[in-house]
Design a protein around this ligand. Structure first.
Ligand code: ZN
Length: 155
């Protein structure tokens, strides 16, 4: 099995059986993400333990790439603090947009499967929607209107 098959299998698996799918109630913050180009919509709810993500869920409707990316993301960020999440987001962004064909760094783990999206530039927003939505949810923690979801659009 070559790398492309492996990437495809991870994406298909996470689309078919999304991990951490649903809604946390109560939650410390939530955000809605919308990618109008593709029609992907998702809602992220999370609970914090200090600066770390204690638990996170997502729900929504979108294409296979947006769903798989959100599923992979929720697995990857659980237990991480804000700076580790920022670092991971930057690495995912680089992996999604690096056209030099370099292999993704080993610390990406299963998120490396998103490197397959590089070949479909129109789908990069599908894969990055969940990360922008997570950023919005983290920025929204403690906001005066924290009970309502923050919202973010890729446009
Ligand atoms: Zn999409």
């Amino acid at each position: 099995m070559d790398l492309k098959d492996l990437y495809r299998d991870v994406i298909l698996d996470h689309n078919k059986r999304p991990r951490n799918f649903g809604k946390l109630e109560p939650c410390d913050s939530s955000a809605d993400g919308n990618n109008p180009l593709c029609g992907d919509r998702l809602t992220i709810t999370l609970r914090l333990d200090g600066d770390r993500i204690d638990d996170i869920r997502f729900e929504g409707k979108g294409c296979a790439i947006s769903t798989a990316s959100a599923s992979l993301m929720t697995e990857a960020v659980k237990g991480l603090d804000r700076s580790a999440i920022q670092n991971l987001h930057a690495q995912v962004h680089h992996t999604l947009t690096d056209h030099g064909g370099a292999l993704p760094p080993a610390e990406l783990g299963k998120l490396a499967a998103l490197a397959g999206v590089r070949e479909y530039p129109a789908r990069v927003k599908c894969a990055s929607l969940c990360w922008h939505t997570l950023d919005a949810a983290l920025a929204h923690v403690g906001a005066p209107d924290a009970a309502s979801a923050a919202s973010v659009s890729t446009e």
